[in-house]
Design a protein around this ligand. Structure first.
Ligand code: PGA
Length: 252
């Protein structure tokens, strides 16, 4: 059966010292707790190796927020999937709407990044989601389906087992405007059906689908209560240890 996951996405926040303090605080808050979900910290590249050393690996996994679309070599400023893996990270977030919008990551580029991440033993949290205009025009199912198909559907079923999907409606990210539980459930069920049509019901049932976009301690329980919402990708609220813990506690 699929896992429930609460993953933090720190984005471009926290100096190394601040990030280490945050990771230690989260680690402390989870001590002695009987977790009902997997917990992941998605940190900037520079934090990965140090954070991996200060958290309990039986409770907290580490994720990067990006990796290069090239294996290695003369690509100044880039960080490869192999390098991410060597830090102790086990996940990488790919396809976040901020990467698609500000860094022009196309479905083709993302397909390559996904393949390199999997080849290097990383699991992928793959983000999809429509912008407000697409929601208003009623084309959000088509948009999300195309994002999944174009970057993921050349994977084999075995490879796809290492993919976590995250539905993040762009209009809900960092805006304080959350999808309603019904809107989230409707899209998550659609995503699961899309996966089932390609890989079969068993693979679809085993796929974790996270919701992201202004999820917080106040709305997490209601969102996670939906049958096809298997946890969250948490931005702003993951920067405050008590809020992040409260989102994790939504599964208790
Ligand atoms: P948010 O970000 O929780 O701050 O809306 C979520 C995300 O972008 O992953």
């Amino acid at each position: 059966m699929r896992k429930n996951i609460v993953a933090g996405n720190w984005k471009m926040n926290k100096t190394l010292d601040e990030g280490l303090a945050l990771a230690k605080d989260v680690n402390e808050l989870l001590k002695g707790t009987d977790l009902k979900c997997d917990v992941i910290l998605g940190t900037p590249f520079i934090h990965l190796a140090s954070v991996a050393k200060v958290v309990d690996p039986s409770k907290i996994a580490i994720s990067a927020q990006n990796c290069a679309d090239k294996e290695a070599g003369a690509y100044t400023g880039e960080v490869s999937a192999a390098m991410v893996k060597s830090t102790g990270a086990s996940y990488v977030i790919l396809g976040h709407s901020e990467r698609r919008a500000y860094y022009h990551e196309t479905p083709e580029i993302l397909k390559t990044k996904v393949q390199l991440a999997l080849k290097n033993g990383l699991k992928v949290i793959f983000c999809v989601g429509e912008v407000l205009e697409e929601r208003e025009q009623g084309v959000y199912f088509d948009v999300v389906k195309a994002q999944i198909e174009s970057s993921l559907f050349e994977l084999t079923a075995d490879e796809f087992a290492h993919i976590v999907l995250a539905y993040e409606p762009v209009w809900a990210i960092g805006t304080g405007k959350t999808a309603t539980p019904a809107q989230a459930q409707e899209m998550h069920a659609f995503i699961r059906k899309t996966v089932a049509d390609k890989y079969g019901a068993e693979v679809a049932d085993n796929t974790t689908i996270l919701y992201g976009g202004s999820a917080n301690p106040g709305n997490a329980k209601e969102l996670f209560a939906n049958p096809d919402v298997d946890g969250g990708l948490i931005g702003g609220a993951s920067l405050k240890p008590n809020d992040f813990k409260a989102v994790i506690d939504a599964f208790n």
